[in-house]
Write a protein that binds this ligand. Structure first.
Ligand SMILES: Nc1nc2c(c(=O)[nH]1)N[C@H]1C(S)=C(S)[C@@H](COP(=O)(O)O)O[C@H]1N2
Ligand SMILES: [Mo]
Length: 204
């Protein structure tokens, strides 16, 4: 059709899909479950969350203790590397910043390993979990987070691919180097920015 170029059409479509990172589709109201391990039973009576490694004050919170921290929520999108994205999610819990404020990372700390009760791990640069970019959450859409989705308590790092959001979180260890976690050792990217399409080792 006269007046339209391929470039214009492509540009218009990109404009319409602005919320979708490259290569992703909108999964709609569904929420797929992706677990490498069997869903564990985590009892809140014995649950703990620890910040350790390169910190001034290694600290462990129990369930009543962590709820004394200021509540914080995330409203927005999540993106899984298997190409689904989910729009307008609402998670509630606390900001990782409130934990680090207490534990105080030393100046040597550059990266963290987020550790699940199951042994699942993922690595993150410290900048990706500070300044309001990461949460420890226990509610989804105003209801307790279900076990299959990481309940009672999971991590949430929504600006990175969702494998960085450790389910059944129990520990964040501060380190002076990057150390690959479960999926990173299995070929996935060390950082995982969906907008840069950092899916696999070797991607930009
Ligand atoms: N402990 C643990 N956390 C995990 C995973 C896992 O297998 N085990 N999978 C990751 C991946 S690949 C994704 S996409 C999300 C899936 O979360 P969901 O099952 O709530 O959708 O959790 C991430 N966190
Ligand atoms: Mo994923």
């Amino acid at each position: 059709m006269a007046g339209f170029t391929r470039g214009f059409t492509g540009g218009a479509r990109r404009g319409g899909d602005q919320r979708l990172p490259p290569g992703q589709y909108d999964t709609g109201s569904g929420w797929p479950v992706l677990s490498a391990e069997l869903t564990p039973h985590v009892d809140l009576d014995t649950w703990t969350m620890t910040i350790d490694g390169l910190v001034e004050k290694e600290t462990t919170w129990d369930w009543p203790g962590i709820q004394t921290l200021p509540s914080s929520s995330y409203v927005g999108d999540i993106h899984c590397v298997t190409t689904w994205s989910k729009f307008d999610t609402t998670f509630a819990g606390i900001s990782v910043d409130s934990l680090l404020e207490v534990a105080r990372p030393t100046s040597e700390a550059t990266h963290v390993l987020a550790v699940s009760t199951t042994g699942y791990t993922t690595n993150l640069p410290i900048e990706d979990i500070t300044d309001g970019k990461a949460w420890i959450v226990w509610e989804f859409d105003g209801k307790p987070l279900t076990a299959e989705h990481g309940g009672p308590v999971r991590m949430l790092v929504p600006h990175l691919y969702f494998w960085k959001s450790t389910k059944w979180i129990t520990r964040i260890t501060l380190m002076d180097h990057d150390e690959q976690g479960f999926w990173e050792r299995n070929g996935y990217h060390d950082r995982g920015d969906p907008w840069l399409e950092q899916r696999y080792q070797g991607d930009a």
